[in-house]
Design a protein around this ligand. Structure first.
Ligand code: FMN
Length: 210
């Protein structure tokens, strides 16, 4: 096994360090995050540091880089308190990746990247029409992480829209069927393959596939 310590990290070239340390925590679901600014102009960006925080209430958290590096999504959420998260599949991967580019203020990234803004159920922020899974959130809390100037943004799920064939009768979402793209680093993308579901683990029972 190769061994590296924190003393090695600081000596690495910036992108080598970012690639390795960003991959360490594993594959992450890649999301297109849509927001609107004060004037209602839509913005899209790509986020994969997204985490489920709980189902009741339904909460999702995501990590926003420092404001200097990624200003628009955070600023729009601070103003409107609303955003949508949209799944990425291989057919829209190139367009989704392009959304991570640093566009100037006032640019509609839906138009720029060739994705469709769709307004649904009177929610103030559009979803990405091409996505198989879309959900809309309202702001609960923005927690500044002072150690590295990032922000943990927590939202409550207000709506979700799911392609019908992805949902099983027990509420399970077949993300592999949706070909939901995952990512590591800032440039590597993957699709996944199911290797089984298991019954709730109990100390006195062996693992059982369902
Ligand atoms: C695969 C991938 C995943 C990314 N994940 C995040 C993330 O979780 N959080 C973040 O702040 N930026 C992330 N980024 C970078 C943003 O997409 C990028 O900074 C974008 O320009 C932010 O746009 P904004 O200023 O419109 O918010 C990611 C980029 C890529 C390519």
């Amino acid at each position: 096994m190769l061994h590296f310590s924190k003393d090695d990290f600081s000596g690495w070239e910036r992108f080598y360090r970012a690639n390795l340390l960003n991959s360490l925590s594993g594959f992450k679901a890649t999301h297109l995050v849509a927001t609107v600014n004060r004037q209602g102009l839509p913005n899209l960006s790509l986020f994969h540091n997204v985490v489920h925080l709980g189902a009741d209430p339904a909460l999702i958290g995501m990590v926003n880089r420092p404001k200097t590096a990624a200003p628009h999504t955070l600023a729009n959420i601070e103003v409107t308190g609303k955003w949508t998260m949209n799944s990425v599949h291989p057919d829209i991967l190139e367009k989704a990746h392009q959304c991570s580019a640093k566009y100037s203020d006032g640019i509609n990234e839906f138009n720029e990247c060739g994705l469709t803004a769709e307004w649904k159920n009177d929610f103030a922020v559009p979803v990405v029409g091409e996505s198989s899974i879309q959900y809309a959130l309202s702001l609960v809390e923005i927690i500044p992480i002072t150690h590295n100037q990032t922000f943990f943004i927590i939202g409550k799920i207000e709506h979700c829209w799911i392609r019908e064939d992805l949902l099983t009768p027990d509420g399970f979402l077949q993300l592999e069927k949706a070909e939901t793209v995952t990512s590591t680093g800032l440039d590597a993308y993957f699709v996944t393959q199911s290797i089984g579901r298991f019954a709730y683990a109990k100390p006195d029972l062996p693992p059982r596939k369902i």
